[in-house]
Design a protein around this ligand. Structure first.
Ligand SMILES: Cc1cc2nc3c(=O)[nH]c(=O)nc-3n(C[C@H](O)[C@H](O)[C@H](O)COP(=O)(O)OP(=O)(O)OC[C@H]3O[C@@H](n4cnc5c(N)ncnc54)[C@H](O)[C@@H]3O)c2cc1C
Length: 244
């Protein structure tokens, strides 16, 4: 997209630690070089990180998905991208490596500003560690774009647990609503410990206003993005279902 004009290009594709998808304890370890297209077909991702699989068909087009990598998308951290926001919704940790060794950064601390992440100069993103979803988890993904494959005007995903008839530990992450992917903590607080009836969903939609701070841009006024985000959240909450 001509955002960068690097003098040196380093090909990461021969680093074996950045490849492959495997269960590691309670987490699914997704190598940074995993292609977008693999998130649609890899059985471990479908089983244990279903929100990522649900988002994948919305990322660009097949040609892009065959080349683009999950790590590349999360390293770039475009605030309009699906996968970075889903890392936030899933509570993933980023495995970052440099000359001084390896460290893991929770998604809540990783996205810092527009295209700015916790990756320091001299470091690379090696893998994503996603807490494996189980039978108690429910999730939903949706986005609104002018045309399928375009960057979304607004989008989001939810991962939560169903505890009896109520929602527990919800994580809601939206994209295209600010300079980073955004966690909707006020909306989460409205649904935690409650059954998702019409009143609760309406309260979460109202609370969302305090979670997001969209900017006006040439295509979409901020007020419209706020409205679309509220509508999207209602859709997501109504379609939350078992995802694993
Ligand atoms: C026409 C088009 C449409 C698109 N539509 C969408 C869309 O709808 N939704 C969406 O989410 N994305 C979309 N994308 C983006 C695309 O899906 C890729 O995620 C993105 O281009 C990154 O590609 P890449 O993995 O090849 O990374 P690169 O382009 O190679 O890298 C992106 C940036 O991250 C850095 N980087 C890459 N890997 C690492 C790493 N492991 N560690 C540290 N830094 C790293 C690079 O240095 C560079 O700065 C679109 C792209 C195009 C060209």
């Amino acid at each position: 997209m001509r955002l960068q004009a690097p003098q040196v290009l380093i090909d990461l594709s021969a680093i074996p630690e950045m490849r492959g998808v495997r269960l590691a304890g309670e987490n699914l370890r997704i190598g940074a070089l995993t292609r977008h297209a693999e998130t649609l077909t890899e059985p471990l991702i479908r089983a244990y990180a279903p929100l990522l699989a649900a988002a994948a068909p919305f990322v660009a087009h097949p040609a892009i998905r065959n080349r683009g990598t999950v790590g590349g998308s999360v390293a770039l951290a475009d605030p309009a991208s699906e996968f970075p926001a889903m890392m936030l919704a899933m509570g993933a940790e980023m495995e970052i490596s440099g000359a001084d060794g390896m460290r893991r950064v929770p998604a809540d601390d990783y996205f810092q500003d527009l295209y700015q992440t916790a990756i320091e100069p001299g470091e690379i993103l090696v893998a994503l560690h996603v807490p494996a979803a189980g039978p108690r988890h429910v999730c939903a993904f949706d986005e609104m774009a002018r045309r399928r494959g375009d960057y979304a005007m607004v989008g989001g995903g939810i991962l939560a647990e169903r505890d009896g008839g109520v929602i527990a530990n919800p994580r809601i992450a939206l994209f295209s609503v600010g300079s980073t992917p955004v966690r909707a903590r006020n909306a989460e607080a409205e649904i935690a410990g409650k059954a998702l009836d019409a009143d609760t969903i309406a309260a979460a939609q109202r609370a969302l206003d305090a979670d997001i701070d969209p900017l006006d841009d040439a295509e979409i006024p901020a007020a419209m993005r706020r409205h679309l985000a509220r509508v999207l959240l209602g859709r997501l909450l109504r379609k939350l279902e078992t995802c694993s």
